[in-house]
Design a protein around this ligand. Structure first.
Ligand code: ZN
Length: 181
């Protein structure tokens, strides 16, 4: 069901990671991106998916609708009625890293609008989105509709580090980096 042009390297990496818990996958280079996501760095963008799902699970809030994802530093905004405590912020960071460390495969699948799994949040989709949706699944942890570029396995993502955060009038802004640990 994948349509990325580079498949051999990807599949090899997957079979190796299944046979051996140590992952050898390299970040994929040079395949086609849509215009919107050209600037997004796949490990950072995939971490954003994991952070979004973590926020949904921990706080019941929507996925971030205002995110700036860059290679060095990113930020996401979440709608929260009050500021998370420092313990909760640490728990968010820990959970994202726990998911990264599970070395989950990231899979792309295509479904038509009549067969969208109920857990997919469609509220971010543009109204002119095509009838066929591209879904991105991170193991059994997250699924969402996304046209962007992702790693093949979460083992390609360095560790997730929250560098600052603030809350103002119902919006919590979190800034983060990816760091080698
Ligand atoms: Zn994505």
């Amino acid at each position: 069901m994948e349509q990325e042009p580079i498949l051999n390297e990807h599949n090899l990496a997957e079979s190796e990671s299944k046979a051996n818990p140590i992952c050898f996958a390299e970040p994929k280079q040079g395949h086609e991106l849509n215009a919107h996501n050209k600037q997004e760095y796949p490990p950072m963008h995939t971490a954003e998916h994991i952070l979004n799902q973590t926020m949904v699970r921990m706080f019941g809030c929507p996925r971030s609708r205002n995110a700036h994802i860059e290679k060095k530093k990113s930020k996401c905004d979440y709608l929260l009625p009050e500021a998370p405590t420092e313990e909760q912020v640490q728990a968010i960071e820990d959970k994202v890293n726990e998911v990264i460390d599970r070395h989950l495969d990231v899979k792309v699948e295509y479904v038509d609008r009549d067969h969208i799994p109920p857990e997919v949040d469609l509220s971010k989709l543009p109204t002119d989105a095509s009838e066929t949706l591209r879904l991105v699944r991170i193991g059994d942890y997250d699924i969402c509709a996304c046209a962007g570029d992702h790693v093949a396995n979460t083992c390609e993502i360095p560790h997730f580090k929250i560098i600052s955060h603030d809350w103002n009038e119902g919006t919590w802004r979190v800034r983060f980096r990816l760091v080698e640990s």
